[in-house]
Design a protein around this ligand. Structure first.
Ligand code: NBP
Length: 483
């Protein structure tokens, strides 16, 4: 018997994905790993899966039914390129190579083009949900050709998480579209985590809540609009006691946040596309600041030795817990709105037809940013597919407006107390920027015209204008008016 699907790369993600595939009706799963010991271990530990195991890549390819379909789950970058080449040398036209690792979407675009020229289908797919998701149902974001999706779709639907009866997988778009949206998903995840961390910090350091009280607050929030995987696990982390010291674990964890780079990719691409993903940017920067151990030590010493008026302890309203909840929610809406803007811009730049509502749907379960909130985004795009920004969708506009006053109060309190809240405050600034009648960009245009003759437009007539700053300061028109 041949396998309808193969998995290459049997570390934690690949093993779990292979077991997930094998557990679904109709799938026979072939497995291969560079180091055979890993393959043996998986097959021995999970006889129920009925894996077809191969020691060599040749044998592995021979066990696959045509069109051959193999999912690669190896280290992103060189490892992925090596495995793709091994498969491509052995596969035949019409066969499908799937990369389920965290590839950079630019690599995926390149690989898809190269393999297409060799008659092979290549599908780069985002897979979110970590180890547990891979085993029990991840959110899956495949790119690649519509033809490949015809074969692959049913297989991926069989293993995806399910939200409201629908599998969390959709054909996102061609070539790198899947890995692009996975990248933005991870960026949004960074923003979401940062905002939750700021809420925790404010409630603890300004609100005076204990870690135990915060567990209850997060559990309570998880029954409302903020219900999400990240809020749920935050409560779990806060509830964890360190076995050695008896203290809350969060108090013995070093406060230096690491990262694997997808947040940075998101911001780099957003900068290139001119999309202000300030929420994701602040989250990436906040992790970077946390890791600047020497600078933090120098600054702490400097501040403690100075005679500056230390930040005041502000008046904290009785409603502070709920105020912070409202600020968190409003800031979260901004972060998601910005993330979706980036997807719209990426789709335009790279020629993808991405259905934002369908994307919001597949993020409702399986992935790290899964949340009740995503149903609202699904509704927003169902009502208005060409929404200028999520912030003007009636539901979100209302949600933000009802929390606006408290949002401002919380940001003010954070500033007065000297507790950093870059996510909350930059989200508010973004909201205020979009909502402003006039922005100081007018002055910036004046400055640019002054030193670089970059010209400016006027509010009252068409065309471009330049003031003769070093001459008589009269204004000249530099393009013919369209009137
Ligand atoms: P790792 O990212 O730790 O990679 C280990 C696997 O890559 C092993 O199977 C290893 O084979 C194989 N490999 C390497 Br390294 N270089 C190779 C090469 N040149 N040729 C063939 N195989 C090679 O595994 P993972 O944590 O399971 O993640 C797999 C992919 O899934 C990654 O792209 C990751 O970014 C992505 N991902 C991970 C998560 C997560 O939560 N961990 C979530 C979502 C996506 P060996 O056994 O012979 O050394």
């Amino acid at each position: 018997d041949r396998a309808n699907i193969g998995v290459v790369g049997l570390a934690v993600m690949g093993s779990n994905l292979a077991r997930n595939l094998a557990s679904r009706e109709g799938n026979t799963v072939a497995v291969y790993n560079r180091t055979y010991a890993r393959t043996e271990e998986l097959v021995t530990e999970h006889p129920e899966a009925g894996f077809i195991a191969s020691e060599t890549i040749d044998d592995f390819v021979a066990t696959l039914a045509t069109p051959r379909t193999a999912i690669i789950m190896v280290q992103a970058g060189k490892g992925t390129d090596a495995v793709i080449e091994q498969l491509a040398e052995r596969f035949e036209p019409g066969d499908i190579i799937v990369d389920g690792g965290n590839a950079n979407f630019n690599d995926t675009i390149r690989r898809e083009r190269e393999l297409r020229e060799r008659g092979l289908n290549f599908v780069g797919t985002g897979i979110s949900g970590g180890e547990e998701g891979a085993l029990n149902g991840p959110s899956i974001m495949p790119g690649g050709s519509p033809e490949a999706w015809t074969t692959l779709g049913p297989i991926l639907k069989s293993i995806a998480a399910v939200a409201e009866g629908e599998p969390c997988v959709t054909h996102v778009g061609t070539d790198g579209a899947g890995h692009f949206v996975k990248m933005v998903h991870n960026g949004i995840e960074y923003a979401d985590m940062q905002l939750i961390a700021e809420a925790y910090d404010l409630l603890r350091r300004v609100g005076g809540l204990s870690v135990e009280q915060l567990v209850d607050v997060f559990k309570d929030w998880n029954t409302g609009d903020l219900e999400s995987y990240l809020i749920e696990i935050s409560a779990e982390v806060l509830a964890q006691k360190d076995a050695e010291t008896g203290q809350p674990l969060v108090d013995v964890i070093l406060d230096e946040a690491g990262s694997k780079g997808t947040g940075v990719w998101t911001v780099q691409n957003a900068l290139g596309l001119g999309i202000p993903v300030s929420g994701i940017g602040e989250a990436v920067f906040a992790r970077a600041v946390s890791s600047k151990t020497a600078q933090r030590a120098a600054m702490r010493a400097s501040v403690q030795g100075s005679t500056r008026a230390h930040p005041a302890t502000p008046q904290v309203p009785d409603t502070f817990v709920d105020d912070v909840r409202a600020a968190l929610y409003a800031s979260k809406v901004v972060a998601y709105a910005q993330g979706f803007d980036l997807i719209v811009a990426g789709a335009k730049e790279y020629g993808w037809d991405i259905d934002l509502g369908a994307l919001a749907k597949i993020w409702r379960a399986g992935c790290i940013i899964r949340a009740r909130f995503l149903n609202r985004i699904v509704d927003a795009y169902a009502a208005e597919p060409d929404l200028e920004t999520l912030l003007v969708d009636p539901y979100f506009a209302d949600a933000v407006a009802s929390g606006e006053e408290t949002w401002r109060r919380v940001v003010g309190i954070a500033a007065a107390a000297g507790v950093p809240a870059p996510g909350f405050s930059s989200a508010l600034s973004y909201f205020d920027s979009l909502a402003a009648d006039r922005l100081p960009a007018a002055l910036i245009q004046g400055q640019r015209d002054f030193f670089g003759a970059h010209t400016y437009k006027r509010v009252d007539k068409d065309g471009a204008f330049h003031t003769l700053w070093s001459g008589d300061r009269s204004e000249i028109s530099t393009t013919p008016s369209t009137h």
